[in-house]
Structures are given as C-alpha cells and as structure tokens.
Design a protein around this ligand. Structure first.
Ligand SMILES: C[S@@+](CC[C@H](N)C(=O)[O-])C[C@H]1O[C@@H](n2cnc3c(N)ncnc32)[C@H](O)[C@@H]1O
Length: 263
C-alpha cells in the first residue's frame, strides 16, 4: 500500500516528465490559460495584488497572471523538475521581479500567514492526499477578505471503474477527485465560504481528446522518445477511451470554485 508521501512524490515526478509536456502542452489543466484567466477574474484579481499559485507546475499560469494582471505571484511546487523549468522560463520571460517559486508542499505552505489577496490552485487539490490540511493552508496565507480560486477535476454520481482508478500518473488526478459539493465542504471546514461555482465539463472533454490525438501523433513521429520516457501508449489510449465515456456519462467533470476568507 502506497503511503501519502510516496503518492505526492510519485505525482510530482510524473508531472516533471517531459513526455507529459509533449502530450499536454504549455498548461497542465483542462481549459488551459483561458480558464486560468476566467478563474483569476472570478476571484476579483486586481493590479498590485499578491497571489499564491499552489502546485504551480511549470509556472505558465503564474507568468500569465503577472504579465496580464500586473500582480506578483509566489508559486509553490513539490516537483524539482517542474520548479527548475518554471524558474528558467520565468527568467527567460523577464518576469523574475514579479514571479518566484518555492519548493514546498501544499499541505504546509512555506509562506507567511494573512499576507496574500488571492490563492489559486489549478487541477491539483484533487491530487493532495490531505485536502483539509491544504485548504487550511489556503485560509492561513490569505488576508481577511482574500479569495481562493480553485479549478479541479470532479467525480460525481458514480464510481470510477477499477481500471480508471488505478492507471498511471495522469489518472492520479481522478483517483481522489471529489464532487463540487465535496470541494465546497472541504473549503467550508477550513473557514472559506464558497461564493461562486461554475461547471466546465467541456474543458476536460477537450483535454481528453487532445491527449488522445497527441499520443496517436507521437506514436507515429516520436515513438522512441515516448518509450524512453516510460509511456505505455496503449494504456494511455485505453484510459482516454474510458475517461471519454465517464465524461459523457457525467461521472467525470471539471469545476471552478471561488471561496472567501471572512473579512
Ligand atoms: C496537474 S498538475 C497542475 C500544474 C499547474 N497548476 C497547472 O495547472 O499547470 C499538478 C501539479 O501539482 C503538483 N503537486 C502535487 N502534489 C503537490 C503537493 N502536495 N504540493 C505541491 N505541489 C504538488 C505536481 O507536481 C504538479 O506539478
């Protein structure tokens, strides 16, 4: 039985793999940077705000927020490879003064309390083994009246089949995903009142289609690279087919939630 620390390390290592970048592209969540902008706007993000991007991955959202909204961003990320890429890309983009990245765990953020206007966490709460601790950390670092914006995979109204619940790192996003109500409850228990919820199930449908199409293309053009990166193409295609079915059945979806810390 894999323990929580192993699970986190495994997830971080998987998302640091370059093959994931080949398949997912710049942004590692359904809806891409367009949905990140929508989430930022729903949190009321304004020029001068201080933002935390929890599980910032390769930093594409953090850089977009700093460049488009004139905010400063502290990204926190567990994966060493993702952190290295995030820092390099940020240096190249000339955004070092506005964006910095910290090695750290969402369940114990290496940041001061009551300091930030907005916390964002995209497609990552679903992967944290201790979601209540992460939500408590979101609340701790926010100033009173600050807002947290989450976008995440949802699983509701049915069980995932065994194969979908156990397939590799990409599917790890599904294994402990909750319903929108489940996320709302976790945030509420941390003292964060949900003020806005939106469904974006189409975004995850498109992401599954994109993964399927890119894997098929890469199988023809870069099979050796996929093989060296440890990607089992047939397994990924099988999980895409199962995921597509689960999205059509309304079991898997994607949601955006905004919650507020009392003023
Ligand atoms: C699906 S990716 C999303 C990355 C980024 N938020 C984005 O949307 O592009 C999930 C990210 O969460 C990170 N992660 C997983 N568990 C974590 C934890 N406990 N603390 C910090 N980061 C974590 C992974 O390393 C990975 O970069």
């Amino acid at each position: 039985m894999i323990n929580a620390e192993e699970l986190k390390a495994c997830c971080a290592a998987a998302y640091g793999n370059d093959a994931v970048a080949m398949v997912l592209g710049e942004s590692y969540h359904p809806g891409g940077l367009q949905l990140s902008r929508r989430l930022a706007e729903r949190t009321g993000l304004r020029s001068g705000h201080r933002v935390v991007d929890v599980a910032s991955g390769r930093g594409s959202s953090a850089r977009m927020l700093a460049a488009d909204y004139d905010v400063t961003v502290d990204g926190v990320e567990l994966g060493e490879d993702a952190l290295r890429t995030a820092r390099d890309e940020t240096e190249r983009a000339g955004l070092r003064a506005k964006v910095r990245f910290h090695a750290g765990d969402a369940e114990s953020l290496p940041l001061p309390g009551a300091t930030f206007d907005v916390v964002m966490c995209e497609c990552a709460l679903c992967t944290f083994p201790d979601k209540p601790s992460a939500a408590t950390e979101f609340a701790r670092v926010l100033r009173p009246g600050g807002r947290v914006g989450i976008s995440d995979v949802t699983v509701s109204g049915g069980e995932l089949g065994d194969e979908l619940a156990t397939l590799g790192a990409w599917v790890a996003c599904l294994a402990d995903a909750r319903s929108p109500e489940g996320y709302r409850e976790i945030l509420a228990q941390a003292g964060l009142a949900v003020v806005h919820t939106e469904r974006h199930d189409d975004a995850i449908r498109r992401m599954v289609e994109q993964i399927d199409a890119r894997i098929r293309l890469l199988r023809m053009t870069s099979f050796g690279q996929l093989h060296r990166a440890g990607v089992d193409v047939d397994a990924v295609l099988r999980s895409c087919a199962l995921a597509r079915e689960a999205v059509s059945d309304g079991v898997i979806g994607y949601a955006l939630l905004v919650a507020e810390k009392p003023g």
